[in-house]
Write a protein that binds this ligand. Sequence first.
Ligand code: AVI
Length: 318
Amino acid sequence: MNFMSDMDLVEPTLGDLAFRKDVLSGLSQLQPAIPPRWFYDHRGSELFEDITRLPEYYPTRAEREILHTHGHDMARLIGPGRTVVEYGSGSSAKTPLLLSAVEPCAYVPIDISGEFLMESAGALREQFPGLPIHPVQADFSSQVSLPASMQPPYLGFFPGSTIGNLLVTEAVDLLRRMAKTLGPDAMLLIGIDRVKDERILLPAYDDAQGVTAQFNLNLLERINRDLDGTIPLNAFRHRARWNTKQSRVEMHLEAMRDVSFKVDGYAFKMQARQTIHTENSHKYDPRGAAVLLSAGGWLPMHEWTDASGLFSVFLARA
Ligand code: AVI
């Protein structure tokens, strides 16, 4: 006999509904576009970890080099005894470098993915016994509340140049929310990718092994799986473009022929060469980064770069 259990009646979560809304409204625009936060399902997060190890993808290596080389200098300016609040901690790959340098009194990783949070908090507890670790599962695209037991002064940590994936107005809003959450005596340590030659930028987003292409195309697989989509994956290809005016690398999925498909029962048509815009990765020169931080309510104190000058880490105060 075949009974239907309660588990079979799966209610859509708020995340599922937000994904559906972003995809249906995004595909209906004149320039179809889907926000990059939907890249990170389980497979997408794995592919992103693979990207960080690619020879062409310099940001992760360059930022690690900066934290490794200048950790003592950073610790001197930051001082001991702050509660470190990491935004979008993910797999927390760079956290040990920071925590060993700055002598924090507690660590609060914030991430939308509970799975990643628990895994990395467990690993850090082993590595830093005695350090109180309080994970917060939250989406920092809205105001985040810190656990009541956490004490200022805070050090916000936002590595990886994730700020670059936001439009400038969104980035300013996020920085302001961080300033509000972390309070008047806070500091912020933030990774920001620099403007550089296209010959370095483009391969970083269109690697020879095609891992970034898989990462981009995985979004269509996710739509087909989670939103009952019929998008023919082999009709699309990955594209990375440098947009000089907006100082950003853009990722698109380009239709290689005219295509029609359905998502959640809604019909869509795209012509050959039309694209779905899936990501912006803004690059800042030192002045642009300082202006961005100031507009977000943070006063830049110091900038460190790697030996090749590819990437910056800024320390700022509220
Ligand atoms: C997460 N973020 C900072 C990455 C970036 O470089 O913009 C995402 C990424 N997209 C393609 N490769 C990496």
